[in-house]
Design a protein around this ligand. Structure first.
Ligand SMILES: [Zn+2]
Length: 155
């Protein structure tokens, strides 16, 4: 009789141990699974960002470093640098409305990236002004309505 009771207790002890072990195993598995899921979701988010940048429909003007385009500010951008200094960094310049696209924003238009470092009295709202090399190029460019630009990075 005593032996049977001991066997019963042994079975109960084994059963409890098994339940605890399974519980721990499930807990670790779930934690791992959640981590994996989290990483996968993170990767998905990164992919989404690189796959499609936010876009903006704008009116685009073009200007050049000359006096006709900039008056007394010829060759300068409104962030205080010279156009040459900005271009030395390998950046294309564009002017924008700083309340729409703050200085330091990078936008992509027609496969080229432009850095917002300038503004202008006529450049308000969804309007940008891209800096071209020569005045003749700006005349050829004219004004383009309803153009799509991508916002690569916004400050
Ligand atoms: Zn010009």
């Amino acid at each position: 009789m005593k032996k049977t009771s001991n066997q019963f207790l042994e079975i109960v002890a084994i059963a409890i141990t098994v339940v605890i072990v399974i519980g721990i195993a499930v807990f670790f598995y779930k934690t791992k699974f959640n981590q994996k899921q989290g990483i996968q979701e993170g990767i998905k988010n990164i992919t989404t960002i690189t796959e499609s940048n936010p876009v903006l429909t704008v009116k685009i003007y073009a200007y050049c470093p000359c006096k006709i385009c900039n008056k007394q500010w010829a060759g300068m951008v409104s962030t205080g640098q010279t156009m040459a200094e900005v271009k030395e960094k390998g950046l294309n310049i564009c002017a924008a409305d700083p309340t729409v696209l703050p200085y330091g924003t990078t936008i992509r238009y027609d496969g080229k990236d432009y850095f917002v470092t300038d503004c202008g009295s006529a450049i308000k709202g969804n309007t940008i002004d891209i800096l071209l090399e020569h005045h003749g190029d700006t005349l050829k460019f004219g004004v383009k309505e309803n153009q799509t630009i991508e916002i690569i990075s916004k400050k």
